[in-house]
Design a protein around this ligand. Structure first.
Ligand code: 2AM
Length: 482
C-alpha cells in the first residue's frame, strides 16, 4: 500500500538520523539500504516503536510511496549516487523526485539534474549540514535543482530543519547544482572561520603568553557579543578541556590539519571564476603548510625569527584588538563568499536568494552565528546589494574595527606570528577600497614584453600598443588572455 511520504536510501548515521527526525515531524518514511540486512536491523533497533517502514527491495520501496514519489539518497558521493539513480529511473514515473542529500560535487548535481529532466524526473541536490546531531534534531538544508520539486518536498524539508524562532534554516536555493554549490561555499567559509579563530589563539598563546583558562574565558566573553557562534563556543570548550594529567589536551594534538576537499573546491571555483576569495584560499593553504610538519620542525631549527616575540604593550588592549581583527576579517570572508555566489549565479543562470542563504546558514550548520542574522537583514533591506561591505551595518562595523585590525596585523608581522587570514583580509580591504591599484604597471609590463596592449584611463575599451624600446616590431598580441 502506498503509505510512505518519502523513501530514504542509505542507512549510515546521517541517513538514520534524518529518518528519525522526519518521523518525529509526522512523516512516514520508508527506509532502504544497499545492504538490505541493515534495513531490518534499523527497524528492530533505532527505529523501533516509530512509524518508519522498510523496503525489502527498491521495487518494494517504490511501491510503498505516495505520488509524486519522493526518494532521498544519503549514500557515498560519486558512483553510488549514479548507480542508485540508474536503478531508480525504470521504477519511477514522470514528476517523481530524486533527492541527493550527500556531499556531492555541484558539477555532478548539474549533470544529474539535466539528465533526469530529459527523462521527466525531477532532481534535487541538497546540501545537508550540522553533522549527526544536526541531522537528528535540525540540520541546515540547502536544496537546489528542479524548481517544480520544491512544493512537494518543502513541508518535509522545512519541517525537519533547524529553526531560528519559527523560521526554518531551509529554503529553495536555486536551479540545478545550486544547492550543492552553496553547501560547498558554506564549507569554504567554515575553513576560513576556523583559521581566523586559530590565528587569534596563536596570538593569545604566543604573543601574549596567555594560559588556556585565560584564553577560554576570552572566548566565553566573545561568544556573548558580535562573534557569538558555534565555532567560538566549541573553541572555548576545547581550550578549557584537560587531559587526564590535568594539562590542556589541545596542546598534545599534532599540528597537521586534515581536509576532505570542500575548502579546496571553493578555492578552485573562485580561481575559475576570477573572484578574489583570498581568505578561503589562504585558509586552505594554511592547512597545507601545517601538514608539512616534518619540514617545519627542521626549518624551525635553521630559520630564526625576530628577537622579540612577546607583546610588550597593554595586554587587555591587544586582546580587544584581536577580537576586532577577527570580526573585520570575518566580514571580509563572508563578503568574498557572497561575491563568489553572485558570480556562480551569473555563470550558471541561477536565481539565488542571498538572504535565504544567510538564513539557511544562521542555524543548524557549523558556521551558524548571530552574524548571519545581520547578513540576512542586509540582503532583506537590499536584495540587489553588490557587496556586503556596501551595506550600512557592515560598513560601520568594519570601519569601527579598522584601527585595531591594522594594529594586530602589524604586531603579528613584527613578532613573527603567522596570520595569513587576518593579513589577506586586510590586504583585500585595502585593495577593494582603492580607486587606483598598481595594475597599470602590470599592463605596461605585459605590453612591454608581450605586446599585450593596454587601455588608457581616458579611453576604456580601446586597446593600444606602445613600442617601449624603440626597436622590435609594432605588432600587438591578442593570443594571450589567461
Ligand atoms: P552499505 O550499507 O550497503 O555499505 C554510507 O556509506 C552509505 O552509502 C551506506 O548506506 C552505504 O551502503 C552506501 N554506499 C556506499 N557505497 C555504495 C555504493 N557503491 N553503492 C550503493 N550504496 C553505497
Amino acid at each position: 500500500m502506498a503509505q510512505a511520504d518519502i523513501a530514504l536510501i542509505g542507512l549510515a548515521v546521517m541517513g538514520q538520523n534524518l529518518i528519525l527526525n522526519m518521523n518525529d515531524h509526522g512523516f512516514v518514511v520508508c527506509a532502504y539500504n544497499r545492504t538490505v540486512a541493515k534495513v531490518e536491523r534499523f527497524l528492530a533497533n533505532e527505529a523501533k516503536g516509530t512509524k518508519v517502514i522498510g523496503g525489502t527491495s527498491l521495487e518494494d520501496m517504490v511501491s510503498k510511496l505516495k505520488k509524486p514519489r519522493r526518494v532521498m539518497m544519503l549514500v557515498k558521493a560519486g558512483k553510488a549516487v549514479d548507480d542508485f539513480i540508474d536503478l531508480l529511473v525504470p521504477l519511477l514515473e514522470a514528476g517523481d523526485i530524486i533527492i541527493d542529500g550527500g556531499n556531492s560535487e555541484y558539477t555532478d548535481s548539474n549533470r544529474r539534474c539535466e539528465s533526469l529532466r530529459a527523462k521527466g524526473l525531477l532532481f534535487v541536490g541538497s546540501g545537508v549540514s550540522g553533522g549527526e546531531d544536526g541531522a537528528r534534531y535540525g540540520p541546515s538544508l540547502m536544496p537546489g535543482g528542479a524548481p517544480e520539486a520544491w512544493p512537494a518536498i518543502k513541508p518535509i524539508f522545512q519541517g525537519i530543519a533547524a529553526k531560528i524562532g519559527k523560521e526554518p534554516c531551509c529554503d529553495w536555493v536555486g536551479e540545478n547544482g545550486a544547492g550543492h554549490y552553496v553547501k560547498m561555499v558554506h564549507n569554504g567559509i567554515e575553513y576560513g572561520d576556523m583559521q581566523l579563530i586559530c590565528e587569534a589563539y596563536d596570538l593569545m598563546k604566543n604573543a601574549l603568553g596567555m594560559n588556556h583558562d585565560e584564553m577560554a574565558s576570552v572566548f566565553t566573553e566573545w561568544n556573548k557579543g558580535e562573534l557569538d557562534s558555534f565555532l567560538i563556543e566549541i573553541t572555548k570548550d576545547i581550550l578549557a578541556f584537560k587531559d587526564t594529567d590535568g594539562s590542556p589536551l589541545v596542546e598534545k594534538i599534532r599540528d597537521a590539519a586534515g581536509q576532505k576537499g570542500t575548502g579546496k573546491w571553493t578555492a578552485i571555483s573562485a580561481l575559475d571564476k576570477g573572484m578574489p576569495v583570498t581568505l578561503i584560499g589562504e585558509s586552505v593553504f594554511a592547512r597545507c603548510l601545517s601538514s608539512l610538519k616534518d619540514e617545519r620542525v627542521e626549518a624551525s631549527k635553521q630559520l630564526p625569527g625576530p628577537k622579540v616575540t612577546r607583546w610588550e604593550g597593554n595586554r587587555a588592549e591587544l586582546v580587544e584588538h584581536i577580537r576586532k581583527a577577527l570580526y573585520a576579517s570575518k566580514i571580509i570572508s563572508y563578503a568574498q563568499g557572497f561575491m563568489l555566489l553572485k558570480q556562480a549565479a551569473k555563470d550558471y543562470g541561477w536565481n539565488l536568494n542571498y538572504g535565504g542563504i544567510a538564513l539557511m546558514w544562521r542555524g543548524g550548520c557549523i558556521i551558524r552565528s548571530r552574524f548571519l542574522g545581520n547578513i540576512k537583514e542586509a540582503f532583506d533591506k537590499n536584495p540587489k546589494l553588490t557587496n556586503l561591505l556596501m551595506d550600512d551595518f557592515f560598513k560601520k562595523a568594519i570601519l569601527d574595527c579598522q584601527e585595531s585590525w591594522r594594529k594586530v596585523v602589524a604586531a603579528a608581522v613584527t613578532l613573527g606570528v603567522p596570520t595569513p587570514c587576518f593579513s589577506t583580509a586586510l590586504a583585500f580591504f585595502d585593495g577593494y577600497r582603492s580607486e587606483r591599484v598598481p595594475a597599470n604597471l602590470i599592463q605596461a609590463q605585459r605590453d612591454y614584453f608581450g605586446a599585450h596592449t593596454y587601455e588608457l584611463l581616458t579611453e576604456p575599451g580601446k586597446f593600444i600598443h606602445t613600442n617601449w624600446t624603440g626597436h622590435g616590431g609594432n605588432v600587438s598580441s591578442s593570443s594571450y588572455n589567461a
